[in-house]
Design a protein around this ligand. Sequence first.
Ligand SMILES: [Zn+2]
Length: 249
Amino acid sequence: MQYRVEGLVIRSTDYGEGNKIVTLLTNTHGKVGIIIRGAKKAKSRHGSLAQLFTHGEFIYFRNTGLGTLTHGEIIESHHVLREGLELAAYASYAAELTDRALQEDEATAYIFEQLKGFFTALEEGKDPEVTTYIYELKMLQAAGYAPDFDTCMSCGNVVGSMVLSARGGGVLCSRCSYRDPQALALSDGALKLLRVFRQMDLRRLGQIQVKPETKKLLKQGMRQLMDQHIGLQLKSRAFLDQLDKYNLE
Ligand SMILES: [Zn+2]
């Protein structure tokens, strides 16, 4: 059967003599694996369609297993994301996370739009860390672990300061914080931003200024949530951590 999909390349690996296998996140068919024959040859018309982060239209033939590309057009190459070390690191992380963390039925049209928005936001120079936290929250929601930052998990209180309990996947108010000794104390600024991020649509992301101390808390909190609920060892994550260390020195 022939399929026509709009997709983002979230994984690309060499396969046999001059071919590539790509994983696409599509807007209609979830995640799809297709072979792009001859993609590595210099004269290949389809070589650029096999590059990571490419947004394109892909027409492929598939009976069972992997599909085979018959034709395709680039909609947006996102080449900027492949050129700089830092942007490439963030974009790779989002792509690998999407590839590894999402079950087939969780890879919805909404996630496709959010990843597309994520790539565009990075290209437009939006803060890559903030953009990544928002995308991570979309991933947590898609995987069924949407954290609630508004209501105390224990008593339902919605006012006052809160601590983040990664283990519980939500927040605890000051009266209930003893229930999770490992919980992270959030500043008012960090709590407010987490609430905003959770609702935010990456297609409509503006410039967000975040103070360094708030960013540090967000980073800790998001890392704890991701480790607790997604818990994947990602190569791209390790690379981002290395970059981070390098930036601090
Ligand atoms: Zn409470």
